[in-house]
Every structure is written in C-alpha cells, then in structure tokens.
Design a protein. Structure first.
Length: 139
C-alpha cells in the first residue's frame, strides 16, 4: 500500500508500506528509492561505453548519479532543517549534472537514454518536492 508520511505529506515522501509509521531510515523514502533506481540504470547504461571513456564520461556520470541518493541519505540523517536542505541542494545539483552527461552521451552516439532521462526526471520531481517539504516544515 502506498501512503504518505504523516509528518510531511508530499509525494516525495511516499513509502511502500502497509503500516502508518514515518520513515525510519532513508531507504523508506520514495525519493531515495527512485534515485537508487536511476543509479542502477546508469551503471547498466555505461557498461557499453567505449573503453576510452572508463576514466572520463563513464566515471563522471556514475559519480554524479551516485551523489543523488547518497546526499538524500546523508541529509535524512541530519537534525536541522538547514543541514537537510544543504544536502538536498547538493543532490539537486547532481541531478542537473547527470542531465548534462546524458545529453552528452547521446550526442556522442553512446546509446539512447530516453528511459534514463525519464527516471531522472521522476527523481528530480520527487527531490524538489521533498526539499520544499523540508523547508516548509521548519525541521
């Protein structure tokens, strides 16, 4: 059953669960789940990149992708609103970095990435909603 977290009712906080308790850890957050899904897809996508990109675009795209759920996780563990917002802002920057790398990889002919772009867009919307909720909550 999909439900909203009681302390912050926004789409970014949807959790797959049958109980009504708030998220206890970052994997409970729908935004983190979608960002993690994106990372796994990026790893699959970049496996077919040319060897010459191993320390170039492959590394950069993977690093930026990993930064999204990693910063969501780190922000989840922070106590203050300002600290949480700072890590979510870093994650939002990494979303834009990934968006550029996906454009570049497609322009270089490394493969179609419409599905990845779509997953990134979903993660971005969830992340923006989560950040707005954190800022509005005052916690």
């Amino acid at each position: 059953m999909v439900r909203y977290l009681e302390h912050n009712p926004v789409n970014a906080l949807l959790v797959m669960s049958s109980d009504r308790s708030p998220a206890r850890s970052f994997p409970d957050l729908r935004v983190w789940q979608k960002a993690h899904e994106f990372v796994l897809a990026v790893y699959r996508y970049t496996e077919s990149f040319p060897e010459r990109e191993k320390y170039g675009l492959t590394h950069q795209l993977r690093r930026a992708a990993i930064s999204i759920p990693a910063n969501i996780a780190e922000g989840f563990g922070k106590r203050s609103q300002a600290e949480k917002a700072r890590f979510l802002n870093i994650a939002e920057g990494s979303v834009e970095e990934c968006r550029y790398y996906l454009i570049l990889s497609q322009d270089l002919g490394y493969g179609q990435n419409d599905s990845l772009m779509s997953t990134l867009e979903e993660a971005s919307k969830l992340l923006n909603a989560y950040a707005r909720a954190i800022l509005a909550s005052g916690s």
